[in-house]
Design a protein. Structure first.
Length: 235
């Protein structure tokens, strides 16, 4: 069954508030995705099961757009996360990411501390652009969204800024634009430098995923798929 995107009022800036705010006039970015603000997210985890496995690292990239409709990276927030109580840590996952969850220099935060801090600039961007909500952009995005939703639930955060089930997937977009679904190969096809030694850190992968998303969106505009001036005139 097809599920349609929810269109709530703008989420409150207060993490624990159930109040909504009426959106301001949309900016160019607010217009581009029908009132949804794309935020690029990458996570590193202790396994593949969002319900049982630890969330270990989160990076989120906030985007912006100029008046000509060029989308670009505006800011990034990042956190190392303490495994929640009783979390499973798969040895193979830790070996793959190289993360030591208990290293004293990680300066890890609880899920609630990290997400509360990271959601603040996202809420500010939603308000600034006159958007309704953020929509998660990720590479194989439902994996990241599943872990993020579980962490939000465990933290008891109300009215999280992200749409609970809709997302933009750069694996799909990379396949469409470049015939490549692996992040490194899609970046190569897009002319982006991908450093395999830095990969599998949330901060690096989020930045490359954001660059790839921007390249695809801007290329589509250049090919005539979206005209920012016609879109604005139709408002």
């Amino acid at each position: 069954m097809e599920r349609h995107m929810i269109e709530p009022d703008v989420v409150s800036n207060n993490d624990d508030s159930n109040e909504t705010q009426k959106p301001k006039k949309k900016t160019r970015l607010g217009e581009r995705f029908r009132g949804f603000l794309p935020v690029v997210v990458d996570l590193e985890t202790g396994g593949f099961n969002a319900e049982t496995d630890a969330l270990l690292e989160v990076a989120m990239v906030i985007l912006d757009m100029d008046q000509d409709g060029t989308i670009f990276i505006h800011d990034q927030v990042h956190a190392h996360i303490e495994p929640f109580e009783g979390a499973n840590l798969e040895p193979a996952a830790l070996e793959f990411t190289g993360i030591d969850p208990h290293h004293p220099l990680r300066m890890a935060e609880t899920e609630k501390e990290a997400l509360s801090r990271m959601f603040k600039p996202i809420r500010d961007a939603i308000k600034h652009h006159g958007c309704n909500r953020a929509v998660l952009v990720g590479h194989n995005a439902h994996f990241d969204l599943g872990f993020l939703n579980q962490a939000i639930g465990r933290s008891g955060l109300k009215r999280a800024p992200f749409h609970p089930f809709s997302c933009f997937d750069t694996a799909t977009l990379g396949g469409l634009a470049y015939g490549q679904t692996v992040l490194a190969r899609a970046c190569d096809a897009a002319g982006l430098t991908f450093n395999h030694e830095e990969a599998h850190s949330a901060r690096y992968d989020a930045a490359l995923t954001a660059q790839l998303f921007c390249e695809i969106v801007n290329r589509w505009r250049d090919l005539g798929g979206w005209n920012p001036h016609e879109d604005s005139a139709g408002q």
